[in-house]
Write a protein that binds this ligand. Structure first.
Ligand SMILES: *[C@@H]1O[C@H](CO)[C@@H](O)[C@H](O)[C@H]1NC(C)=O
Ligand SMILES: *[C@@H]1O[C@H](CO)[C@@H](O)[C@H](O)[C@H]1NC(C)=O
Ligand SMILES: *[C@@H]1O[C@H](CO)[C@@H](O)[C@H](O)[C@H]1NC(C)=O
Ligand SMILES: *[C@@H]1O[C@H](CO)[C@@H](O)[C@H](O)[C@H]1NC(C)=O
Length: 459
């Protein structure tokens, strides 16, 4: 167990040690499992490199996650360190995450802390890991590239005076990095637009101002679809933009149908389409599908509630031959006020070709104001549902932030309704704290950044 002794030597102050709930010597099986997973995948690619699994932000992974969910094998909990960020998982099943307090962490699959970087800034947001380098940026306007093995700086670039506190994703591809630009301040959250930087140096190639094109709209929780020649992103009112990577010019722009409305959601791409959930003036919501090449809206489906998360796109359990887009409906749980409330939400899977409903799932309502585990001292302000993650068997993992519960969902009997009482259809675990980002996935592993306690579920 030399690797474990080496890991102990790297451990920091006891309070910062990941709490390993399972101390059994699982090293041998880990190595066997790792060996078989590595054969299935190129070493250079990572299981969960960034929010949404791939550059399309599809949320779909070939990895098979745990079902049913057993209690987490380990959790990382330190008073007042709060996580609204989406984590990453590499090919060795090491985990990486930023935090609201600005520390960036890496843990092994077994829960040992590999390294911790104190940036001196706050709100270091959703990272991307790519070819041995982790990219993130923090509220002080600095964009960072760190080595994945030690957290050492590759480059750092002061882009602007400040970057937003919403949970945007610092996106990276072979040639470029995308971050929000034009911070709108803590009360609004989000940014006027975005900046595209050279990946090698952090130099700015161009910026684009969404608010200048769609008055009243801005970016929030930005995680664009990334292509070699273009990126696709959305605004708070459901406007969609396809911008040239070369110079930031518009390849097309689909103006918001519901100008002035607000969604915390984003985009997912796949099957030649762009998917986006939005909100309407009357408190209802919708999901739209646009042609990726032309920007033409192919269909839009209405829902009784607003949409505040990015769709996931992939094959789902119980509906062979269909590709689904999945969104959670419902408004954010808001501030932790000591008064009762009634929060309801629905997860829905629709066919990507026409928006036809494949299945729905309604968790039991939440009777409190604010998300589970949220307090004024340590607020947790997630969307009602995290984005969804779809595994290789079509299981849908999603966090019901209001109640702090992670769900694993399957329409096992294909009847269009996922039944909470059927263990073949629903497995759940209550972490007691909300999670904003989608569950990150790797073979036999689900990693959930609940605000108070990032948690590793292992098969
Ligand atoms: C973007 O445009 C808006 C509206 O014109 C303006 O208020 C804002 O200052 C601009 N932001 C940047 C970063 O240029
Ligand atoms: C992403 O979407 C494009 C366009 O629809 C498609 O060609 C590509 O295969 C997709 N990539 C992944 C990883 O799904
Ligand atoms: C998308 O638009 C392109 C170019 O206009 C067209 O060739 C293609 O058939 C369209 N795809 C769909 C699914 O409508
Ligand atoms: C989901 O969110 C809730 C409340 O926000 C939180 O208590 C719970 O731990 C989260 N669970 C997962 C798996 O993210």
């Amino acid at each position: 167990m030399a690797w474990r002794l080496a890991a102990i030597a790297l451990l920091g102050p006891k309070s910062l040690v990941a709490e390993a709930l399972d101390e059994s010597c699982a090293g041998a099986t880990n190595l066997v499992q790792l060996g078989s997973t590595l054969q299935r995948r190129d070493l250079a690619s990572y299981w969960y490199p960034s929010r949404g699994v791939d550059d399309n932000r599809s949320g779909w992974s070939s990895a098979e996650g745990p079902f049913p969910l057993k209690p987490p094998k380990w959790q990382f909990e330190v008073a007042h360190i709060n996580f609204h960020q989406t984590p990453c998982i590499d090919d060795q099943l090491n985990v990486y995450t930023g935090s609201d307090q600005g520390m960036i962490f890496s843990f092994t699959k077994a829960g040992w802390k590999r390294w911790e970087v104190a940036t001196g800034a706050s709100n270091c947001q959703n990272p991307t890991i790519l070819e041995g380098v982790l990219y993130t940026s923090c509220a002080n306007g600095v964009v960072l590239a760190l080595t994945m093995d030690e957290g050492k700086e590759v480059w750092s670039r002061k882009l602007t005076d400040s970057l937003p506190t919403d949970t945007y994703t610092v996106s990276a591809t072979a040639s470029y990095v995308v971050v929000p630009y034009g911070d709108m301040g803590h009360m609004t959250g989000g940014a006027n637009g975005l900046a595209l930087l050279e990946r090698a140096s952090g130099d700015v190639r161009w910026t684009y101002n969404i608010s200048a094109h769609s008055p009243g709209a801005h970016t929030i929780n930005m995680a664009p679809c990334l292509f070699e020649d273009s990126i696709v992103t959305s605004d708070t009112s459901g406007g969609i933009y396809r911008l040239s990577v070369e110079d930031g010019s518009e390849l097309w722009r689909s103006p918001p149908e519901n100008a002035g409305t607000f969604t915390l959601g984003g985009v997912a791409c796949g099957e030649g389409l762009v998917f986006n959930g939005f909100s309407k003036e009357d408190g209802s919501g919708g999901l739209q599908a646009l042609n990726l090449s032309s920007g033409e809206r192919l269909w839009a489906k209405s829902f009784p509630q607003e949409i505040h998360n990015a769709p996931a796109v992939g094959r789902v359990y119980g509906h062979p031959g269909r590709t689904a887009a999945i969104v959670g409906q419902g408004g954010p749980p808001g501030a932790p006020l000591p008064i009762p409330d009634l929060l309801k939400g629905t997860v829905v899977a629709v066919d990507v070709t026409d928006g036809e409903t494949l299945w729905t799932f309604e968790p039991p309502p939440w009777h409190h104001h604010g998300a589970a585990g949220s307090t004024f001292l340590q607020p947790c302000m997630p969307d009602l549902f995290s984005g969804a993650t779809i595994d290789g068997r079509g299981t849908v993992y999603i966090n019901w932030s209001a109640g702090g519960i992670t769900y694993a969902l399957r329409d096992a009997n294909g009847d269009g309704r996922i039944d909470e009482r059927d263990p073949a259809e629903v497995s759940a675990f209550d972490l007691g704290s909300g999670a904003t980002g989608p569950p990150a996935i790797a073979p036999g592993m689900l990693f959930v950044n609940a605000c108070r306690r990032p948690s590793a579920f292992l098969a």
